[in-house]
Design a protein around this ligand. Structure first.
Ligand SMILES: Nc1ncnc2c1ncn2[C@@H]1O[C@H](COP(=O)(O)OP(=O)(O)O)[C@@H](O)[C@H]1O
Ligand SMILES: [Mg+2]
Length: 241
């Protein structure tokens, strides 16, 4: 296999919670390779979003390091890192203005053709490019957010529960879109989901987190259907919420 795109080495983030230190991410190491979809699963509060935030440098680790193409995170300029490692939030936060405004805000060098191609890629009707986004449905806004995510030509995309704020009728379409984008653009996607079925539909590998720790990892079907640990089995039986 090629060298990993992303390498997490003993990554931890400790916060103060009710005056006590608490590891929301607890000593996690993992390699992420190109053209694969990784899913992070686990109960609510397990630290899934906290881990994604460390990968994108929205937060800093208290110990451990993230390497991107073998170079430590802290040796990149934050804006360079955020172009290469994109983040899609659970609910789409768009800027005021049209779809074009949103895409140009992310990358002001985009040509008209590139704007059109991004919009097509996100399966948005090109007739909407110059419409203000404020009247769009949440599902449409999430597509615009995906187009904007791709506008900086990222190599890694971090998707934090990308369908949980959407009407279920949009879920399948967004899942398909994520799979297509990874194949076509040669990306690495790390997708947080609280839904094991979604992980099975879109992921190749799964990381199960409980209490900040990486409990199980490997092929998604194995992690979800054939867990090797007690916590993994509890998660499978839906006894961890
Ligand atoms: N800035 C913060 N201040 C206090 N608690 C936080 C902060 N960030 C995260 N947490 C806590 O860390 C734990 C992990 O949160 P999170 O990463 O959002 O979990 P998940 O995404 O798996 O649901 C939660 O218990 C959350 O309340
Ligand atoms: Mg979360």
């Amino acid at each position: 296999m090629n060298p990993p795109v992303l390498d997490l080495k003993n990554l931890s983030r400790v916060i103060q919670s009710d005056g006590q230190p608490r590891a929301v991410v607890d000593d996690i190491s993992y390699h992420f390779h190109r053209e694969r979809v990784y899913t992070i699963i686990g109960p609510s509060g397990a630290g899934k979003s906290s881990l994604l935030r460390l990968v994108n440098r929205l937060d800093e680790p208290t110990s451990g390091e993230v390497f991107f193409h073998g170079k430590a995170h802290c040796d990149y300029r934050p804006c360079e890192l955020r172009q290469k490692i994109g983040y899609l939030f659970q609910t789409p936060h768009l800027f005021e203005g049209t779809i074009r405004d949103n895409l140009l805000y992310a990358n002001k060098e985009l040509s008209d053709d590139e704007v059109k191609s991004l919009v097509e890629q996100a399966q948005i009707k090109s007739s909407l490019i110059d419409r203000p986004t404020d009247r769009f449905s949440v599902g449409e806004k999430q597509r615009v957010a995906i187009a904007r995510l791709l506008a900086t030509r990222p190599e890694v995309v971090l998707l934090d529960e990308p369908t949980s704020a959407l009407d279920p009728s949009y879920t399948e379409a967004i899942e398909e879109l994520i799979k297509q984008i990874v194949d076509r653009e040669d990306l690495t996607a790390i997708v947080v989901t609280h839904n094991p079925q979604q992980a099975l539909r879109i992921g190749q590998e799964a990381l199960l987190m409980v209490d900040g720790k990486l409990i199980e990892h490997g092929e998604v079907t194995e992690v979800i259907n054939n867990p090797q640990t007690e916590l993994g089995r509890l998660y499978k039986e839906r006894r961890l919420k």
